[in-house]
Write a protein that binds this ligand. Structure first.
Ligand SMILES: Cc1cc2nc3c(=O)[nH]c(=O)nc-3n(C[C@H](O)[C@H](O)[C@H](O)COP(=O)(O)OP(=O)(O)OC[C@H]3O[C@@H](n4cnc5c(N)ncnc54)[C@H](O)[C@@H]3O)c2cc1C
Length: 417
């Protein structure tokens, strides 16, 4: 079998790795990436326990490298106009996007993926037009949110695109955030905020977001990008401790984006399948796009190579992948949309509300918390209760790490600090 992945992001690279591993190195797997090695937009992305479990289950060698390059953040807080509220019981991992792609690309080459950088393909959306993809048994459109393949076959895939309201930029900052931090600052033109989290390379991610009214009110819609960064550094001076913002790679004259929610009624058309952002997007506030792209790759590889000694028939395998992943993604996209809409209504939620109540609604923005958690949220503002919660969370993290084989029993005490 010949598999060609169009796009060398997390979805394409991980599918490539698993296809080689699960076919026992027999099948030809090409990953064609239009950019040069080391090109990565944005800074760090977050990962959770479930995907680490899945990475260790499917490729322990690669998983250990990803984990070694990732950073743990063991708490979360919200700062509202200088007042801090603690969001207890939360922790996670973050990894620089460039570093993640480097680790995946190295691993792909090690297991024999034919990885071709600076090799755009199907740029007009037609895999049949390029000899590289024309004779493939499976073409994986892992070409990102603006997928040319999806766009060219929008009717077959039943593509639906919805636009978020808020404006955002994915900045970095030289401030090394330890907790995952949401900071909300009041300006004359309304509220503006950032979502910041650490990365192992000392550059934290700092996603600045505001409503379109604040954006135009501050003049950010017409201001040159450099000037806008200096203005934002002043607005967030207190929260950034005077540190600078770092421009996203390749920042043009206007770095501002609006979120685009992509859904598809089908993820397959013949032997062409969508994976990752080409198939679905989730608002960045749930920090899951990379995780979901990798989860797509795992499901697709397991359908193509069921592990019973036989390869699956291609078309039924693609149909099973499509059915299973779409069923999983629907509720996740609904939850991400609730999270996005929560951020679109931040100004009304903030004005006049108690800060602890506001932070609770931030915590419960997906609507998945119960009454007990509300009570715990109030108690978490007490130092000693928070410390107990932090230790319990840490123990939970270490138990998961032990169970998936990331650490040995002898390392447990060191991990608990
Ligand atoms: C502000 C922001 C914050 C985010 N934070 C997080 C987070 O915390 N956690 C998380 O999990 N995710 C996060 N994400 C989402 C995450 O970055 C994406 O969901 C993820 O990268 C999707 O992976 P992918 O492989 O599907 O697509 P991509 O990573 O976009 O990769 C697609 C690749 O295809 C290549 N390509 C495109 N067209 C062609 C062509 N014709 N030929 C060859 N190559 C082509 C592109 O160059 C690119 O390398 C965030 C996104 C944003 C915008």
């Amino acid at each position: 079998m010949k598999i060609v992945c169009v796009g060398g992001g997390p979805a394409g690279l991980y599918l490539g790795i698993l296809a080689r591993l699960r076919s026992g190195g027999r099948d030809e797997v090409v990953v064609a990436e239009r950019n040069a090695p080391g090109t990565a937009s944005g800074f760090a992305v977050t990962l959770g326990e479930d995907i680490l479990d899945e990475l260790y289950r499917t490729d322990p060698v690669g998983a250990a490298r990803i984990r070694a390059a990732a950073h743990v953040w063991d708490s979360q807080l919200a700062e509202v106009d200088g007042e801090t509220v603690h969001l207890g019981g939360r922790y996670g991992y973050s990894i620089g996007r460039a570093r993640l792609l480097e680790v995946l690309a190295e691993r792909a080459q090690e297991v024999g993926v034919d990885l071709r950088f600076e090799r755009p393909t199907a740029v007009d959306g037609d895999p049949a037009a390029d000899p590289l993809t024309a004779d493939a048994d499976v073409v994986v459109a892992a070409d990102g949110v603006n997928s040319a393949i999806r766009t060219a076959r929008a009717d077959a895939f039943g593509t639906r695109i919805a636009q978020g309201r808020n404006r955002y930029v994915w900045f970095g900052t030289s401030k090394a955030f330890r907790p995952f931090t949401f900071t909300f600052e009041r300006t004359d033109a309304g509220w503006i905020w950032f979502h910041a989290y650490p990365a192992a390379d000392c550059v934290s991610t700092c996603i600045v977001e505001c409503t379109p009214e604040t954006w135009t009110g501050l003049g950010l819609d017409t201001m040159p990008a450099d000037e806008a960064m200096r203005m934002l550094e002043k607005i967030f001076f207190r929260a950034l401790d005077g540190h600078e913002l770092i421009a996203p790679p390749g920042m043009g004259s206007s770095p501002w984006l609006t979120f685009r929610e992509v859904r598809n009624l089908s993820w397959r058309d013949g032997h062409v399948v969508l994976a990752g952002d080409a198939a679905h997007t989730t608002h960045f506030a749930i920090g899951s796009g990379t995780v979901l792209a990798v989860a797509d790759a795992i499901e697709l590889a397991e359908q193509l190579y069921p592990g019973d000694g036989h390869d699956a028939d291609v078309l039924p395998a693609l149909a099973a992948y499509d059915a299973r992943r779409r069923a999983v993604m629907g509720p996740i996209q609904d939850m991400a949309r609730r999270s996005m809409e929560w951020f679109e209504t931040v100004p009304v939620r903030l004005d006049g509300s108690d800060t602890v109540d506001f932070a609770w609604s931030l915590l419960d923005r997906r609507g998945d918390q119960g009454r007990l958690h509300r009570r715990l949220h109030d108690l978490t503002q007490v130092d000693r209760v928070r410390e107990v919660r932090r230790r319990l969370t840490s123990a939970r993290r270490v138990r998961r790490a032990l169970a998936r084989g990331e650490i040995t029993r002898g390392q447990v005490l060191g991990e608990l600090g």
